[in-house]
Design a protein. Structure first.
Length: 280
């Protein structure tokens, strides 16, 4: 495979900021909302280079074959990606004959010993292969280049989703690919050749709560460092992830919601008890 500059000469900004080695609280807050992006809804998707899991160069035009595209970002160490797979599978069953689904492997959301942040294109392709093995989905899984050009141009979030019409224009974006209702409404419009009524969805609580049921297993897959970093930088998420397996009879999504509700109830009881103690 001809890696050229993609393996050996990453851009300084990508090396220092994009391909972080430890997850931090600052990154957590950046992931909770869309911020600045080079390319926005209404713009054409940039013609950046991507790679198949075998290392062949491929473009979005090659993958789309003239159809609209649902573009999703993901990684092995991302619990949001794990939570989105069942949602995307259902949506693909409904819209897959009219809209092309594409998942792009990007930087690791929670790098750890088992899946550290890739430093070369070859290593990133190994992670893309692992992603494809982990989630044997009926749509293409490809990889961004080592500098993350496509990901960075669209405001790098761990598991955001974009709908691109047949002309290559971005018509919708969702902060999370597990945002079933918003994505379904937008996909239904695009499938009929219409523009979605809304240009974006930033729904947060539902997708994040559901993902808590997968946090522990995904962090363990990534490695001890990923779990340690989560406890240090996102303590409530780490606690919810640890509590969720206690509700194992439920589905992973339901476990996440149950864990968050349980912790919220415990917090309310503690605060009420403190308030009563101070009062008396």
């Amino acid at each position: 495979m001809d890696n050229n500059s993609h393996t050996d000469a990453p851009e300084p900004a990508a090396d220092a900021e994009y391909r972080y080695e430890r997850f931090t609280t600052q990154l957590l807050f950046r992931d909770l909302r869309f911020q600045s992006a080079e390319v926005k809804v209404g713009d054409r998707l940039p013609m950046t280079e991507m790679f198949t899991i075998d290392g062949d160069r491929v473009s979005m035009a090659d993958l789309a074959a003239g159809r609209p595209v649902l573009l999703v970002f993901g990684s092995v160490s991302c619990p949001m990606t794990a939570s989105a797979i069942p949602v995307l599978t259902d949506l693909h069953g409904e819209f897959g004959e009219r809209i092309e689904f594409v998942m792009v492997n990007v930087r690791e959301a929670h790098p750890g010993e088992h899946y550290p942040q890739p430093g070369t294109l070859d290593r990133k392709l190994d992670h893309a292969k692992a992603l494809a093995d982990l989630y044997p989905v009926p749509w293409a899984i490809v990889s961004d280049d080592i500098e993350g050009h496509l990901h960075r141009s669209l405001d790098p979030k761990p598991n955001s989703a974009f709908i691109i019409d047949a002309e290559g224009t971005i018509v919708f974006r969702a902060l999370w690919a597990s945002d079933r209702r918003a994505l379904r409404q937008a996909l239904a419009s695009v499938a009929k050749g219409e523009k979605p009524e809304r240009s974006e969805s930033t729904t947060l609580l539902g997708p994040v709560f559901m993902a808590m049921g997968r946090v522990q297993s995904v962090m363990e897959r990534a490695g001890p460092q990923a779990l340690s970093d989560l406890w240090r930088s996102a303590f409530p998420m780490a606690v919810a992830g640890r509590v969720a397996p206690l509700f194992s009879p439920l589905s992973p999504d339901q476990r996440g919601i149950a864990a968050v509700l349980t912790l919220t109830l415990v917090l309310v009881i503690i605060l009420a008890s403190i308030g009563l103690w101070v009062f008396f």
